[in-house]
Design a protein around this ligand. Structure first.
Ligand code: MEV
Length: 288
């Protein structure tokens, strides 16, 4: 039997913009997806809670296994500390964990490239940022490409993550945004601005300048809400709850339309306080 594990992720800044070639800042979170693989006569994927496995997901897992050099049939059992559809990278972490189970010892670039098999099936038009974040530890600065640019970012921060209560796939906002972009020129300007914010956020993060970083989170959320239109009432409530609980700034994270919001905290004690006040949970990203 072989085992693979990978963390979930949050997008700190630059979600959606990264699909169009702008940079994003993303971080692994200390919540794991674990896969145990054993040889079996036919391929089978067992999701947590007995969730049904769409045929195309199983097919993508089979292709990933073949590409990793695993020729036999398999039974892959998945356990997850990340709720599926929560916007915290469960599908990318599943892809990276499968890659590590099928190709033990593979490095982060190879694991992320293999995980793209699943991403393409589940996402429609993935930039690659999610598997890159789930295959690295810490915080990364990412620009899509063949190969992508993935730079480690120094420093650490504490966040409170608050779910919106709505589980939705990345496809549900990425593809409609691509459609609206054709007729609304404001959207490209907003995406470009988000890319600029990712560059600034990287500098602020590395310098440990949390107050301006929090304000930048607020600005990024404003653009994601309007004109990009990827927020929803439940995410607006989550962002408002984090802000009124005392977060330095808050925004939706990932594709939006549901999923989760993140609030920036001063330190881990503050993140725990935000978690108690909002019902979210505290995480440390990057260095301790
Ligand atoms: C999802 O975590 C991030 C998006 O930018 C999609 C992607 O980059 O693949 C919304």
């Amino acid at each position: 039997m072989s085992r693979g594990q990978a963390p979930g992720k949050v997008l700190l800044v630059g979600e959606h913009a990264v699909v169009y070639g702008h940079p994003a800042l993303a971080a692994a979170i200390p919540r794991q997806v674990t896969v145990e693989v054993e040889p079996a006569p036919a391929p089978a994927l067992e999701l947590p809670g007995g969730l049904s496995v769409p045929a195309e997901l199983l097919q993508a897992a089979v292709e990933l296994a073949r590409e990793a050099g695993f020729e036999a049939g398999f039974r892959a059992r998945v356990a997850s500390e990340i709720p599926l559809g929560s916007g915290l990278g469960s599908s990318a972490a599943l892809g990276v964990a499968l890659a590590r189970a099928f190709a033990p010892g593979c490095g982060p670039e190879r694991a992320a490239a293999l995980a793209m098999r699943l991403e393409r099936v589940l996402h429609g038009a993935p930039s690659g940022v999610d598997p890159a974040a789930c295959s690295q530890s810490g915080v990364i600065f990412f620009v899509r490409g063949e190969p992508p640019l993935v730079e480690p970012v120094r420093g650490g921060a504490s966040l409170c993550i608050l779910g919106s209560g709505i589980a939705r796939g990345t496809r549900s906002t990425v593809l409609p945004l691509a459609e609206r972009r054709r007729s609304d020129p404001r959207l490209d300007r907003a995406l470009e601005k988000l890319g600029d914010l990712s560059r600034t956020a990287r500098r602020l993060f590395e310098e440990g300048r949390l107050d301006p970083l929090g304000a930048l989170f607020d600005e990024a959320h404003g653009l994601l809400r309007d004109p990009l239109g990827v927020s929803c009432p439940e995410l607006e409530s989550a962002v408002a709850a984090l802000r009124s609980a005392g977060a330095l700034g808050a925004k939706l994270t990932g594709a939006g339309g549901g999923g989760a919001a993140i609030g920036l905290a001063r330190d881990q004690a503050h993140a725990r306080e935000l978690a108690t006040r909002t019902g979210g949970f505290a995480v440390r990203i990057g260095s301790a």
